[in-house]
Ligand binder design. Structure first.
Ligand code: 1HN
Length: 372
């Protein structure tokens, strides 16, 4: 091969400066920034206390009314590490979480959007979400789907304030430049009779007209997932089902596919009996956690996040994490994640923490910011 010419520093500087002005770049300098050996991200973990969030939600209840002053009355969780990059409403780079408050007698009008949404009921009962005209009543611990582009509205027929978690793939849809939103032409989408509810049909057999074509798959024929059933299933599990990273864990599924209940947002409930301490692992998918019951802590990349009932915390992508129950009773951790997307794109990968018997050393303890 011929020898390469030798250039002076000035010549090289001019070459790179001109290249930049012409909006071109030298891959021989930048390949390592584009194709990193491991996932690189700006998502830092964070934790919010339920007491703080609840207080802001209660205040919002005195300030505005859904359907009148606001489309929805929601206090969302803002990850400070992502706000630094101007990403408003981001919990992780793909996922959004907010706490919605609906007071007795209130309703939030029907609309639909290309984001997928899940709800997880935190406090109260007697409200419902209507999904394409099917009423799904809420009880603490239930999970409700409003899959992408389904019409949905909320109404509270009970007597106490209702608080629930909204989980949406806001960051994902934003990155993919695929956000669409449309209000329904009226306040309410027409209610359909109970006999026509998809889950009702599903539980009494499944049928089609002779000449009808049935599309397999999405969305799930079930929109409401009851905590009562989740708890029963978790309590039925024995040590054979125990996962060393996630303890007793179940995923919410779409019975028509066996895949995740929502096609893009994964949902999981974990049970950690008193004293249990899981082993650390990390994976490409990110998650937002809500503590339904119990107290303990999670170590995320060496940082300790102490939590109790009602708290929320962020699990960034590719971060080692292990959970510990330090309380007397069982811990129930609900989480939602972007695993279905990573799996569909064939990007999901995970590995266990190899050192120290699979347990990280704690190097710091997180304290959430507080105005109080
Ligand atoms: C939405 O449609 C709801 O339907 C709640 O209750 C939160 C956050 C971002 C975008 C749409 C709801 C939302 C949302």
């Amino acid at each position: 091969m011929a020898e390469k010419a030798v250039f002076t520093k000035e010549e090289l500087d001019r070459y790179y400066e001109n290249m930049k002005k012409d909006h071109l770049g030298p891959l021989w300098h930048d390949l390592g920034h584009m194709v990193t050996k491991e996932p690189v991200h700006d998502v830092k973990p964070y934790l919010w206390k339920w007491k703080t969030i609840r207080e802001y939600a209660i205040q919002s209840g005195k300030m505005l009314e859904p359907g009148k002053d606001a489309e929805r009355r929601v206090v969302y969780l803002q990850n400070p590490s992502l706000l630094e990059r101007g990403l408003v409403g981001y919990g992780t780079h793909t996922l959004y979480a907010g706490i919605q408050l609906l007071l007795p007698g209130e309703s939030a009008p029907s609309h639909h959007h290309s984001q997928s949404a899940i709800r997880f009921i935190i406090e109260g009962d007697g409200a419902y979400t209507a999904v394409n005209g099917q009423k799904i009543f809420m009880e603490r611990g239930d999970m409700i789907l409003t899959p992408a582009w389904t019409w949905h509205e909320h109404k509270h027929e009970g007597t106490e304030p209702m608080f629930w978690l909204d989980g949406l793939d806001v960051g994902l849809v934003r990155t993919l430049a695929a956000s669409f939103f449309e209000p329904y032409e009226e306040e309410s989408y027409p209610e359909i009779p109970l006999e026509h509810y998809s889950a009702e049909q599903f539980s009494k057999g499944s049928f089609k007209k002779l000449n009808e074509t049935v599309k397999p798959g999405y969305p799930s024929p079930i929109f409401g997932y009851k905590f009562e059933r989740v708890k029963y299933l978790l309590n039925e599990m024995d040590m054979e089902d125990y996962d060393e990273y996630d303890a007793f864990a179940i995923e919410y599924i779409n019975p028509a596919t066996g895949g995740s209940a929502d096609s893009r947002i994964g949902t999981m409930m974990q049970k950690l009996p008193s004293g249990k301490h899981t082993k650390a692992h990390r994976h490409v998918h990110s998650a937002i956690y809500h503590v339904l019951e119990g107290s303990g802590y999670t170590v995320i990349d060496g940082q300790k996040f102490e939590w109790e009932k009602g708290d929320f915390f962020i699990l960034p992508p590719w971060s080692y994490h292990e959970h510990v129950n330090t309380g007397e009773g069982d811990v129930f951790l609900f989480s939602f994640n972007d695993k279905p997307v990573m799996e569909k794109l064939e990007l999901e990968f995970g590995e266990s923490y190899k050192e120290n018997g699979g347990r990280q050393s704690v190097t710091s303890t997180f304290t959430p910011y507080t105005n109080a």
